[in-house]
Design a protein around this ligand. Structure first.
Ligand code: BGC
Length: 259
């Protein structure tokens, strides 16, 4: 049986997760598969795990496009930065590598951009027409910018300088865990971060994703900023769903080019 659904695959520091996505529902068409990220997470090792995920979903048609997220800048299929992953990713022509390996059309995008696309199409920012910034708070801080529903890819606003240093290592939720901060202590750092971001970008809405967004009630009400700020709603599905949306959109624009 073929489903024709695009596949979304989210490459994270600890797990590689994928599922076929039903674009009408904005949800997984089958139960998600998760495989541990290889300890030495070079592009080649990660490609092999991605191949296992694709093979697992034998109902995915051979012409189904695949969207993959990476925690770094990805410009025209080439990885440009690797803040929290193996440095051997930098310069890797990941889209080509995956298309050759999988014989599917593949689109590789930044993880926060994919999560933002998921939230804008089906989640917290659904249908929002203004300037929306999604921030993901996790090991790092990812950002995605949308204006009138259009993504401006590869924003790296997690690395804004605040007080002369990169905001990410002090402000990501990994800093809260590492330093044992209370929500109130952590919120003081978030306050500086979001104030700075709103003064530079003047968004209409902030959406806050990442695992910690499930506890948004503990810290979002502590923030004193002028921009409305709301938690993401697709939780850890956002990246997979957004990657599948982007893969399907790319195949519609360019036609099928592998297989
Ligand atoms: C990277 C971003 C990524 C974010 C979340 C940052 O360190 O620079 O590209 O989106 O982490 O994974």
């Amino acid at each position: 049986m073929s489903t024709g659904h695009p596949l979304g695959i989210d490459v994270g520091g600890s797990g590689i997760k994928g599922a076929p996505v039903d674009l009408e529902k904005g949800d997984f068409a089958q139960k998600r598969l998760r495989i541990d990220t290889p300890l030495v997470s070079t592009p080649e090792a990660v490609c092999e795990v991605i191949a296992l995920v694709v093979e697992h979903f034998d109902e995915v048609r051979s012409d189904s496009p695949i969207g993959v997220t990476i925690p770094g800048v990805v410009q025209h299929g080439v990885v440009k930065t690797a803040a929290n992953i193996d440095k051997s990713w930098i310069g890797c022509e990941i889209e080509k590598l995956l298309e050759d390996r999988l014989q599917h059309d593949v689109v590789v995008v930044n993880d926060a951009d994919a999560a933002g696309v998921g939230e804008l199409n089906y989640g917290a920012a659904r249908g929002h027409d203004g300037l929306v910034i999604l921030t993901t708070l996790g090991t790092g801080i990812g950002t995605a910018i949308f204006n009138q529903g259009v993504l401006v890819p590869n924003s790296e606003l997690g690395h804004l300088e605040i007080g002369g240093s990169d905001a990410e290592p002090r402000t990501a939720s990994s800093a809260k865990t590492r330093e044992g901060l209370s929500y109130a202590e952590w919120a003081e750092r978030l306050q500086l971060y979001y104030r700075h971001l709103e003064d530079l970008m003047w968004p209409d809405l902030f959406v806050v994703g990442g695992g910690v967004s499930k506890d948004a009630d503990e810290f979002l009400p502590l923030l004193d900023i002028r921009t409305p700020i709301i938690p993401a709603t697709l939780k850890n599905k956002a990246g997979i769903i957004g990657a599948a949306v982007l893969a399907a959109a790319s195949q519609r624009r360019h036609g099928r080019h592998t297989g």
